[in-house]
Design a protein around this ligand. Sequence first.
Ligand code: NAD
Length: 502
Amino acid sequence: MRQVHHFIDGEHHQTPDARKHDIWNPSTGEVQAQVSLGDSALLDRAVATAKKVQGEWATTNPQKRARVMFAFKELIEANMQELAELLSSEHGKVVDDAKGDVQRGLEVIEYACGIPQVSKGEHTLGAGTGIDVYSMRQPIGIGAGITPFNFPAMIPMWMFGMAIAAGNAFILKPSERDPSVPVRLAELFMEAGAPKGLLQVVHGDKEMVDAILDHPDIAGVSFVGSSDIAHYVYRRGADNGKRVQAMGGAKNHGIVMPDADLDMVVNDLAGAAFGSAGERCMALPVVVPVGADTAERLKDKLIPAIEKLRIGVSNDPDAHYGPVVTPEHKARIEKWIDTAENEGSEVVVDGRGFSLQGHEKGFFVGPTLLDHVTTDMESYKEEIFGPVLQIVRADDFEHAVRLPSEHQYGNGVAIFTRNGHAAREFAARVDVGMVGINVPIPVPVSYHTFGGWKRSAFGDTNQYGTEGLKFWTKVKTVTQRWPDGASDLGGDGSNAFLIPTL
Ligand code: NAD
C-alpha cells in the first residue's frame, strides 16, 4: 500500500514503526494509502532543521525570496492537473473543484511574489530636531500551520506563502485525511529553489498538534479547522507565549430579498450550498428568504434545480459534486438530517441513503433541502458541513440582519437584492467578517484578507494580504539621531542619557 511520509530536511522521512492513519478514496470507499503519524521527537528534528536554514533565509534579500515564489508559481501551474487529480482522489471533490483549490492558493503565492513591495517599512523624517523614526518588519522565526481536510492545497499556501516570503521557516501539519498534496507542494517548493528544510511537512493528529503548540522554538501558529479545536489551539498556543491565529467553523446565511433575481440566486445556491458536497467553510448552508411570498417562489425554483444535480465519483467530469471525505463524516451528516427532522424541519428533498450505482461503497450523500428551520434547532445552531441546505424564513429585512448577526459563527454571509441601499445597510450592520452582495461565496482575493468573526476565528489577525504579513512578522521601531560628529555624543549641551523630547 502507498505510504505517505513526513518531508523533513528536503527528504521523505520514513518512520515504519510509527502509528498510521488510513487515507480513503471516498469515491470507491476503499483505503488507498496510509500516512505515518509523528510525535514530539520527530517535530524536534524538523525544528532543528528549520533553525539551521531560517537565519540565512531571513537575510536573503526580498527580491531573491520573491524569485523562489515566482518559480514555485510556475511549477504549480505546470503541475496543476496532477495536483488536482491527487487532491480529488483523497478528498472526494471533483477535479475542477480541486483545480480551484490549488488556484486560490496559487493566488496567495502570486501576492507573496510582491514581498519586496509589501514588506517595506515606514519612515518619518524629522520626527524631532535631527531625529528620524522608522519601523521594519522582521520575521518571527519558525512558523507552523495546522490545516483542515477541506482545502489541502489552498489553506497551506495561505499560510506558508506569506510566512516564507516574509523570511520565516515553516512547518506544516496538514490534515491526516488528505496529506499527499501538501507533501507534493513542499517538493515543488524545493524544486523552485528554496533551501532544504525551509518548508517541511510533519503528519499527525492531536499528539503532533500539542507538540507544535508546546514547542519553545516555534514562534507562531496558524490554525484552520473546527471551532472547538481552534479555540483549544488558540488557548494552548497563547499560554505558551506564541502568537496564534485560529480560524474555526461556519454557518453562512444567504439573505434573499423580495426583489432578488431568483434565477441567479438558485443557480448560485446550487454551487454554494452543494458544491464540494458542502464541505466548504464559505458554503451557503442557510438560505433566508424575506417574506412568505419570496420563500414560496424560491422553493418552487430550488426543488427542480436540486433534483437536477448530478452526484458522481470525483473524476467524473460531469458531476456537480462528489463524495464526502470519510464514512464517519457521511454518517454524521445523515444523523444531522435525522435530528433536523426530529426537531420539526420539513425534509423537502432527502439525500439520506443515497447510493451511486457501481460505487455503492463510496461516501455519497444526496442533496438535501430542509424547510421551516428555526433558530432554536440544534441542526441550525451547529455546522453540518455537508450537502444540506436549510431554509430559515425571515419576516422582514431587520429580521434577516439579526439572524446571521446572532448566530454563534460569523464567517461569511451574502445578500441577494437589486436594492443598493438595502445591500449597503446590510453590509454595514451585519455581525459577520466577510460579506457578499449578489456574490454567494465571498472569499476575498489574495490582496485583501480572509477571516471570520465570533466563533469562526480566535485571535486578531486574518489570513493573507497585509494581515498575513503582520501575523508572520514582528515590527521593530527605530528612533535615530545622528549628532554632528561621532565624538560629540552629548556634547551639544543635552544629556545623551535622557529620553529626547520629540
Ligand atoms: P478539524 O478541526 O477536525 O481538523 C483540523 C486540524 O486539527 C487537522 O490538522 C487535525 O489533524 C487537527 N486536529 C483534529 N483533532 C484535533 C484535536 N483533538 N486536537 C488538536 N488537533 C486536532 O477540521 P476538519 O474536519 O479537518 O475541517 C473542517 C472544519 O474546518 C470545518 O469546521 C470548517 O468550517 C473549518 N474550516 C474553516 C475555515 C475558515 O477559514 N474559517 C476554512 C476551512 C475549514
